[in-house]
Design a protein around this ligand. Sequence first.
Ligand code: CDP
Length: 789
Amino acid sequence: MTTTAEHTPKTTAEVGGLGHSRRRVEDARFIEGRGNYVDDIVLPGMLHMAIHRSPLAHARILSIDTSEASAVEGVIAVVTGELLAGYNLAWMPTLSGDTQAVLATDKVRFQGQEIAAVIAVDRYIAQDAADKIVVEYEELEPIVTPQRSLEADAPLIRDDKEGQDTNQCYIWESGDKEATDAVFAKADKVVDLDTFYPRSHPSPLETCGIVADVNSATGQATLYMTSQAPHAHRTVFALVAGLPEQNIRIVSPDIGGGFGNKVPVYPGYVVATAASLVIGQPIKWVETRYENLISTGFGRDYHMHGEMALSNDGKILGLRVDMLSDQGAFFSDAQPTKFKAGLFHIVTGSYDYPVAHVTTRGAYTNKAPGGVAYRCSFRVTEASYMIERLVQNAAYEIGMDPAEFRRKNFIKKDQFPYLSPTGFVYDSGDYEAALDLAMEMVGWDEIQKEKEQARAEGRLVGIGLASFTEVVGAGHGDDYDILGLRMFDSAELRIHPTGKAILKLGVRTQGQGHETTFAQIVAEELGIPASDIKVVEGDTDNTPYGLGTYASRSTPVAGAATAVVSRNLREKARKIAAHLLEASEDDLEWEVGKFFVKGDRDSSVTIQDVAFAAYTNMPEGVEPGLEGVHYYDPPNMTYPFGSYVVVVEVDPDTGQWKVRKMVAVDDCGVRINPMIVEGQIHGGLTEGFAMSSMQYITFDEQGNCIGANFLDYLIPTAWETPRFELGETVTPSPHHPIGAKGVGESATVGSPAAFVNAVVDALWHLGVRNIDMPVSADRVWAAMEEAKA
Ligand code: CDP
């Protein structure tokens, strides 16, 4: 791995502030097998739940016979939708403002949908009994494409919704249609492209689950849940179940990966909670792998049509994009209410042109719900894939070198802050620097020569390029909200008398290393060693309210809250230091970890001295203690970016291709922990490698999910994954207190789309035009044959 930027931290390694590749503190317990996941939780008297799911994608339910299941020894209860309806719980609201069946009563709308649940004394009995439930169906036409879904004669999927007389889930428009059409009418050239980003599943290592413990004596509901957003989930539970919010405590213990999959509220959570409430005992439900793959939030499934208007000399004049999303049966991912299509209108990318018009339409289909923020901020991966495919086509149609084409059209360094034609204000960027570095690191010119030589030897070597700009850190509360909850986040910092601190956050790490990195922000601001700071997340009773971790928002929002609360405490510390040093506050200077009197470096107090005094020796009129909370509503999103180059070699006889070299230059502003950022990038690139080469989950005409196991849906291991060489440029975010932009497990830098783009581009040089994912050997071979013909 290569990192080109120099990191010269302001703090010592002992303090471990920004720029230190501090080792992940959370790993000790994971490596020793001492993590505490939902399935590790065992409570006295705990019962187990299993779910009976629909084998059909679309069918009317005629009857449900639970008698045989109820008769199984060890079964405590069988829950159906009809039973839940008695508590007004058969349906629930989703985080996108739609409704979703908790247990189906009228129809099943996707294969794997929840119909009934069995509560039993052990998990195997529960599962065996669930299999004995008999459901009689009247089969209906399954709709498995959004195109069919929107045809006039398609059967209505959501006939449960009043006023819903088509299968259209939403339509959203941005940009200026009239001005864009006018530019297209006069353009020298228009390139267009139809492409598809296939459905994929985030498939976290740990599946979803809950232990619901409702105490009938106290009314207290403690829910141990695989939740990326515990506070938002608590509010939804309060609304769904009508429980008083103060009596609901959601504990999100260690999470084994989320990738957007643990953002939606799943029916299993609600049924287990309702059953615990009624039965009065704790209930555990943990999905199997198959259940996770078949029924929980998918990503992508975007059909895109794009057009780019160009001048003969290679200037982009405008963009027109029309896209169609397969949302599945319920619109249940978390989308900001004012941006129903997510952030797809960032599709204008890294380029400067005056006009664009984007239409995004969502359709209901008979598939499990889709659209989660999987390794991106809402729909940003799809958007960056689309724009780079168009840029690639445009460069080749114009006959321009693709790097030159990009340089000519990039938003220039001095144009930031830059207002995009769809209304985003890009905070900062230096796109040429990232592109130049990527080309230099890969040895672009030498590889061009090598390509020629390889061809002479009958080998096929291709080199491909992609750039990207993404938008993360949702968001400014006026523009971004989930169900009306503004997308702020929070940090509470408490410094104890001995100078050790505890930092509590509204976000929830699922593997991103927050326990390590957020302590580094405090260390930077206050000089307290990171190892003296404990980071606590994921317990709604013990952390301040926040919207959660997804869409690469933790660092831009909760990271900013952490920096601000630390700075606020530093100002209080200054008052105490002035008192201890018998000086005026204005005469004090701060350097990491201590205050000293200007001009007299011997008169100083450390932050630890101040912390002790905050509890023992306060100045008159100053409140005791050293703690605070800050809710941060960011003024804008942050815009990480980068450029990737991939060199592939293709076997001309079979179409098999392998990555010879891959260089990724990413810019996420100031890096808190370079090692962790590199890990995040590796994750994103591996996802791109998977999508380009092997990962495909699809549905047959009956709506059967093909690929609901890891033998068919392939997860790349270290064995197949190519080596990545990483480079870095640093363009801080001007509005972020520490200049960081987000990266995320739901990653932005480490762009999966850009990896695929670069592969597709590399293949283009070998005559393989406009290939879509997955770029399998047979398709590459067929495309090469077609090109020869
Ligand atoms: O919201 P999520 O945790 O997925 O994303 P993030 O907070 O943007 O980044 C994931 C991890 O990378 C966290 O541990 C961050 O603190 C770290 N990071 C960093 O070290 N430097 C940055 N500029 C951005 C993120």
